[in-house]
Structures are given as structure tokens and as C-alpha cells.
Design a protein around this ligand. Structure first.
Ligand SMILES: Cc1cc2nc3c(=O)[nH]c(=O)nc-3n(C[C@H](O)[C@H](O)[C@H](O)COP(=O)(O)OP(=O)(O)OC[C@H]3O[C@@H](n4cnc5c(N)ncnc54)[C@H](O)[C@@H]3O)c2cc1C
Length: 606
């Protein structure tokens, strides 16, 4: 491309946003709170910084360079064997040898015992750098969590060290052709064998990391029904089914191949280097995890964690798209600033001078930084829920995590999709063609709204389960702190521009919550009709709360600000309050309108 067009096609770049990550961890969430938890005493910035920097280097130097080639090449399938794209096995080896799979795992099984708050930042980086790659360790960590919490001691001793070291990977096998959201429709069967194990038979589809060449063995966590299972979701059990059966005295060696084979790979829109497999279980040997018929609740513990991780996928992709959109907007020369040329020496001004381009970039930035802050506050509560010595503190923290889980999963992934599309828009036609790499982020972002429970189902979880749980106890874990925060700052002049919009949005949320609860109690269809808009209203209000808190920190520190970091934080906070948060007005009106129009429309007229 000629020089006077200002930007030439180049591979996208990614630099982990370490400054902002340190801000949310150290200055907003308060690393002291983390350090007060058992096992986290060493979590000083001096310990954390080198870990974040090493994670950033791995993502920049090893994972990101394979993102584009992995997308172009995809996974291949031949005679039951799945191969990941060129460079993936070597990258996985570096990842494993660096000890990254063990980061947030229990030290009893070889883990490093680091808190979730820290692991979450690494997850974000990995999703930015190479989401496809991230699905393999992501599923492994999910399998690790389910086994850790629900597995018998013998199973844990045998399998957890291999998952923690990353030598073996894990999967989560729920979906079947006739059964997606409604797991009560599962047909896979488990028949007890004389040796105490079970024989699993059935077909699973869409299984991420179901077969690949990155690790020696794969541990499938499979939902199936026992012969005496009650119908529906109350009759589902969870089984561990290894690809290769364990051998040797301690069961750590590889024995014969088990009866599970990959029958096909799905061809898909995005995350093309992540192997999405159809698996056939043919009397495969498996072991029960947890109690019979209680598999779904065991799976749910793992899913809560996984849903937060999927939320980070939206955030990570939005971040990498933002970085590349900004770089382009500073280079690309088109048109003149409306108030007169800003760079008269050049044939045109860079597009970053245009109000509409600035709107796009600031929208992305305000959403990204808000989501990162909310993720960090939630991850910290997860650490408190797992580690605090006081059961009441643990309970309160867990309530907050329960409430935020569907919001983070759905809001962040909707945001990821919108932000990556906006990032593409900043590049105009160059964003749409492949050379610049921006369209891959859009394609990769789309799946996060679908898997791990569609976003529609997350919204139903929020209004159906979380809202009314324990007579509104989960809701109070958010409402009370926000109310106290707003009241305590009502006289602070400098905070007025943040507190006023926050309290307006909060009022709308309170009113909508009462209305959805009232109508939903009388008629569940009404709750279903309000769910998605209500979740978005909640997400925006939660972001307003964290933006007010971030602005407060920035106001305190801006006087000594030499880098412009806090000034930019304040400007972004203002943008969020003035240009994004007003959407709560429309959302609350939509929620209040009720579901009458959805119900009245006749099926035959669609
Ligand atoms: C790339 C990829 C990777 C995946 N990885 C895995 C994996 O590793 N393991 C695994 O088990 N599965 C996996 N899945 C499956 C995924 O979790 C499901 O696709 C998802 O849960 C939705 O199920 P479904 O596709 O059958 O859609 P359906 O359940 O048929 O839903 C279709 C639509 O109807 C809506 N809907 C359904 N029921 C309701 C309801 N009660 N109320 C309101 N709306 C409803 C949904 O929101 C959706 O919009 C993967 C899928 C893909 C595409």
C-alpha cells in the first residue's frame, strides 16, 4: 500500500495490558485483601509482577504468533486421529514445561496454589493471544475442578497430578445430538461392572479438545444415565473416562486404549484451531465421580468456574481487537478533522481525529476496562469464598460470585462480539478482508455467546435461580454495597459526575428487579420475557459501580500522575457514564413493557 495512505497491511500485534491489570489487582481490588487470605500471604506486587510479565511474554512470543496460522490451517482429522495446526504441539510443550497449567491448582497435587485473581489475568492474556489454544488448558482446568471437588480420593490421587502438570488434558462431555440446553434428554448409558467401574455407551457431539495431539492422554468427564436413573435432569451421573486406561502400580502409566473414539471434527466459523469433536463411547470403561444421579450438580460447580472463564474470552478478544484498531486509527489517513486539518503537512488526517472513530474506540475501551475491573472484583470474591477462615465470609463471597457468574458470562461475551465487530469497523474494508487479522477476532468471539450455556440461558439463570435464591440474598450482596457506596459519597463534589449516573442506573435496576420478581412469580413467561434485557441492565449497572470506584482511585492519584494513566482513566469513566450508561433507560423501559407482545404473536404467523 502506498505510503500516503498511512497504514500498510501488517500482522496484528498484542501486548498484554499489564498496567491496567496491575491497576485492577493492586489499586482497585486491593491486593492486601488477597494477602490476608490463607495461602496468599506472599502475594506482593514483587511476587506477582514477574509472573504477569512471564505470562505476557509467553502469550506474545509463543501463543500469539500461532493465532493466525492456526486459524488458517485448522485441525485435521484422519482415521480417528486429530492433529492440531503446525506449532501447537511445541507451544503446548512450552506452556506445560513453564508450569502454567499448575498455576491455580492445589499444591497437594503438584499445583502452585496461586489465587484465582491472578490466574484470571493470565486467562485474559491467553484469550487475547490465541483463544483456540486456550481452550485445551481451559477444559483441562474445568475437569480438574470437577474431579477435585467431587472425585473419590483414589481417583484424585491417580488423575489429578497428570491434569495439574498438563501431561494429560481434560474434556467436558455433555452435549448429544438431541440434547443441548436440556440435559434431561441425555441418552448416553452407564452400566455398572463387577469391578466397581462402569461401561459407558453413547454419542457426544461438539466436544472441545475431545481428541488431539497435544498430550499423551485425555480424561473425558462424561454425563450419562445409570439403569435405575430417574427421568430428566434428576437422573444424570458423572463419569471419568480416560482415552487410555491407567496402567502400572500407581496407575500413572498408559495402558490399553479405552472404548472412546473421535468420529468427526466439526467445521466452524471461529476458533478453528480448537478441535471440536464428535465422540463415540462404545462400552468404554469409566468411573463414577460424585454420587449416582447427582452428576449435574457436580458439573455445575465446574460450570460456574468455566462460565467466568468464558466471560474472559469475550474480554480478551475485545482487548486485542482494541489494540489493533487504535494502532490503525493513528496511522490511516482519510479526510480532515471537522474543525480544520490537524496534520496539514500530510495528505489527510489520521482517522483517529474523527468523532465517530473516537466514539468506536472509546466504547471499546470503556467496556473492556470496566469488564476487567468487574472480573477482578469477582475473582477476588472467589478467592475469599475458597480460602477465608470464617464460614460467614466465605458464604457472603460465594453469594456474590453466584450472582455475577451469569452476568459476566453473558455480558462480557456479548460485549466481546460487539467490540470485535466495532474494532473491525474502525478498519473499514481493511477490517473485513483477512490480511489485517481483525475479522478472525469477530469469528472467534461469536462462540462464547453460545457455549457453556447460551447467553439466553444465562439470563434465565439470573432471573430464575439467582434473583429469588434464599429470599433475595444473592441480590443483596450487590445491592447493599452499592447503596452504601453511593450514600457515603453523596456529598463529595468531585465524585458527583460519577455517583449521580450510577445512582440513577441503580434505581432503574432496583425497580426492574422488583417488577421482574413480582411478575415472574405470577407468571414465569414474564420472567423469561424480561431476562436478557434485565441481565444487560444489571451488567451496565455493575460496570457503573466499578467505574465509579476506578474514578475515585484515579481522582486521588491524578495529581502525581506522570504517565497520563489516571487522566485517561477519568476520561474513560466520564465517557462510560455519559455515553454508555444511559442505555439503562431504554433497557428498563423494555423490561417494564412486559412480555405481552411476545406471547400474543401467533406461532403460525412466524
Ligand atoms: C465450538 C463449540 C464447542 C463446544 N464445546 C462443548 C464441550 O466441550 N462440551 C459440551 O458438552 N458441549 C460443547 N458445546 C455445545 C454447546 O454447549 C451447546 O451448543 C449449547 O449449550 C447450546 O445447545 P444447542 O446447540 O443444542 O442449542 P439448543 O439447546 O437447541 O438451543 C437453541 C436455542 O434455543 C434457546 N433455548 C433452548 N432452551 C431454552 C429454554 N428453556 N428457554 C429459552 N431459550 C432456550 C437457546 O438459548 C438457543 O438460542 C460446544 C459447541 C460448540 C459450537
Amino acid at each position: 500500500m502506498p505510503e500516503d495512505e498511512g497504514a500498510s497491511a501488517s500482522m496484528p500485534a498484542y501486548t498484554a495490558p499489564l498496567r491496567d491489570m496491575r491497576f485492577v489487582l493492586n489499586e482497585l481490588a486491593g491486593i492486601e485483601r488477597l494477602r490476608a487470605l490463607p495461602g496468599c500471604e506472599e502475594m506482593t506486587p514483587e511476587l506477582v509482577d514477574p509472573i504477569l510479565e512471564a505470562a505476557a511474554a509467553l502469550c506474545r512470543d509463543v501463543l500469539f504468533p500461532l493465532n493466525r496460522s492456526g486459524d488458517e490451517e485448522g485441525c485435521s482429522f484422519e482415521n480417528g486421529v486429530v492433529r492440531t495446526p503446525r506449532g501447537f504441539p511445541e507451544a503446548y510443550r512450552s506452556f506445560r514445561e513453564g508450569g502454567w497449567p499448575a498455576l491455580a491448582c492445589d499444591t497437594a497435587y503438584g499445583g502452585q496454589g496461586l489465587p484465582r485473581s491472578l490466574a484470571l489475568l493470565f486467562e485474559e492474556m491467553m484469550c487475547s493471544a490465541n483463544l483456540s489454544f486456550g481452550t485445551y488448558p481451559g477444559l483441562t482446568h474445568g475437569a480438574y475442578s470437577a474431579l477435585l471437588q467431587h472425585g473419590a480420593e483414589a481417583l484424585k490421587d491417580r488423575y489429578l497430578p497428570k491434569l495439574v502438570s498438563g501431561e494429560w488434558t481434560g474434556t467436558m462431555c455433555l452435549t448429544e445430538p438431541q440434547c443441548g440446553t436440556d440435559l434431561g434428554l441425555i441418552r448416553t448409558r452407564a452400566v455398572p461392572a463387577e469391578d466397581g467401574s462402569h461401561r459407558i455407551t453413547g454419542n457426544k457431539i461438539f466436544i472441545s479438545a475431545g481428541e488431539h495431539d497435544l498430550a499423551d492422554n485425555i480424561l473425558h468427564l462424561v454425563l450419562a444415565k445409570l439403569p435405575d436413573a430417574p427421568p430428566g435432569t434428576r437422573g444424570i451421573s458423572l463419569f471419568l473416562v480416560p482415552k487410555f486406561l491407567p496402567a502400572g502400580q500407581d496407575g500413572q502409566a498408559l495402558g490399553p486404549r479405552n472404548g472412546v473414539v473421535c468420529t468427526a471434527l466439526e467445521h466452524k466459523m471461529g476458533i478453528r484451531a480448537s478441535a471440536t469433536c464428535a465422540l463415540s463411547f462404545e462400552a468404554a470403561k469409566g468411573w463414577l465421580v460424585g454420587r449416582p444421579h447427582k452428576g449435574l450438580s457436580a458439573m455445575f460447580t465446574m460450570m460456574n468456574e468455566a462460565r467466568l472463564s468464558v466471560g474472559m474470552q469475550g474480554l480478551g478478544l475485545a482487548e486485542v481487537s482494541y489494540q489493533n484498531a487504535v494502532a490503525y486509527a493513528k496511522e490511516r489517513l482519510q479526510g480532515r478533522a471537522l474543525g480544520g486539518a490537524r496534520h496539514p503537512d500530510k495528505p489527510a488526517d489520521p482517522i483517529i481525529v474523527h468523532a465517530d472513530v473516537r466514539r468506536m474506540l472509546l466504547t471499546m475501551r470503556a467496556q473492556i476496562e470496566g469488564c476487567r475491573a468487574l472480573a477482578m472484583l469477582t475473582a477476588l470474591e472467589q478467592d475469599v469464598a475458597q480460602r477465608h477462615p470464617d464460614p460467614a465470609e466465605r458464604q457472603a463471597a460465594d453469594d456474590f460470585v453466584q450472582l455475577m457468574t451469569p452476568i459476566i458470562k453473558a455480558y462480557f461475551t456479548d460485549m466481546g462480539w460487539e467490540a470485535t465487530a466495532t474494532g473491525m469497523q474502525v478498519l473499514g474494508g481493511h477490517g473485513y478482508i483477512r490480511e489485517w487479522g481483525m475479522e478472525q477476532y469477530v469469528r472467534d468471539a461469536r462462540i462464547a455467546q453460545i457455549y457453556e450455556g447460551t447467553n439466553g440461558i444465562q439470563a434465565l439463570d439470573l432471573v430464575g435461580r439467582k434473583m429469588g435464591a434464599h429470599a433475595g440474598r444473592y441480590l443483596r450482596r450487590f445491592f447493599h454495597p452499592v447503596l452504601a457506596y453511593v450514600e457515603a459519597r453523596s456529598e463529595e463534589e468531585a465524585m458527583g459526575e460519577f455517583i449521580l449516573p450510577l445512582s440513577r442506573a441503580f434505581g432503574r435496576l432496583q425497580q426492574a428487579s422488583a417488577e421482574v420478581a413480582r411478575r415472574g412469580m405470577a407468571d414465569p413467561f414474564e420472567a423469561g420475557a424480561a431476562a436478557t434485557d434485565y441481565l444487560r441492565l444489571f451488567g451496565l449497572t455493575a460496570l457503573a459501580y466499578v467505574w465509579a470506584r476506578m474514578a475515585e482511585v484515579a481522582l486521588r492519584k491524578q495529581a502525581a500522575d506522570e504517565t497520563g494513566f489516571y487522566r485517561a482513566k477519568l476520561s474513560t469513566a466520564r465517557f462510560f457514564m455519559q455515553r454508555i450508561l444511559p442505555q439503562t433507560g431504554a433497557l428498563s423501559a423494555t423490561v417494564m413493557a412486559g412480555g405481552g407482545t411476545l406471547r400474543a404473536f401467533e406461532d403460525a404467523a412466524f
